[in-house]
Design a protein. Structure first.
Length: 243
């Protein structure tokens, strides 16, 4: 079969894994993967909703599960094509050399948030979870509306390194590549949550079999070590089109 180009877009935590896995798949298959990146929400020019609204067509979309479900309901992603690829846990970070706060229990977590002047959290699944569930549950939503800022289009670690915030929250896999920060993974079990990242096939894709082949590769035992290397938990899901 001649070389074909597969258009793939991802948001958030699976991006680092895709950057490594795409060239491996290209070498294995002889096909080309064109990777794009964008946030799964918002109206920024490079966000996935904006690009889709402007008529861009993607063969495969890799998103946080709820975002992928949303696009599936909108008719952008083919029903029945969803495959869970990886689990991602939230973490926090401070700049290296600065005091590392204790976030290991609910009381210390809440105390730290209330006594940190500048907090940043991502506009992805973990940030939505923090702002819409955790802050209200802890009774600190009003205070966080003043001191906490949602970050669109950039990694929270980058904001930390620019000294624009003092404490940041994002998926561990997205904080991991940022040099100069200390990552705090020991969050309270009552607050920690696993976010699943999933792949789906665009309804306008003209390369259904190739899209299925690529997703099967991402969900395979062969790809799992690379997925884990980037700070994610490989899921190894079954494929709906083979059930």
């Amino acid at each position: 079969m001649s070389n074909q180009t597969l258009s793939v877009i991802t948001s958030g935590a699976f991006a680092a894994a895709l950057k490594l896995l795409a060239p491996m798949y290209e070498k294995k298959s002889g096909h080309t993967v064109k990777l794009s990146f964008g946030s799964s929400m918002g109206s920024a020019p490079d966000s996935i909703p904006t690009r889709l609204s402007q008529g861009e067509v993607f063969d495969v979309l890799v998103l946080a599960g709820p975002a992928l479900d949303h696009f599936m309901l909108q008719g952008v992603i083919s029903s029945g094509s969803k495959v869970d690829l990886a689990g991602s846990k939230m973490a926090a970070a401070v700049r290296s050399g600065e005091p590392v706060p204790d976030l290991s229990n609910v009381d210390s977590f809440k105390h730290t948030l209330l006594h940190t002047a500048r907090i940043a959290y991502s506009a992805s699944a973990s940030g939505t979870y923090l702002s819409e569930e955790i802050f209200p549950r802890l009774g600190i939503a009003d205070q966080m509306a003043i001191s906490a800022k949602k970050i669109f289009g950039e990694r929270v670690g980058t904001i930390l390194m620019r000294h624009e915030t003092d404490l940041g929250f994002q998926q561990y896999s997205e904080l991991l590549p940022i040099a100069g920060i200390d990552i705090i993974r020991d969050l309270p079990p009552e607050i920690q949550k696993t976010f699943f990242f999933s792949a789906g096939i665009g309804v306008k894709s003209a390369q259904l079999s190739l899209a299925q082949e690529f997703i099967a590769y991402l969900a395979s035992e062969e790809a799992a070590p690379t997925v884990r290397e980037t700070g994610l938990d490989a899921v190894l899901s079954s494929l709906p089109w083979k059930s």
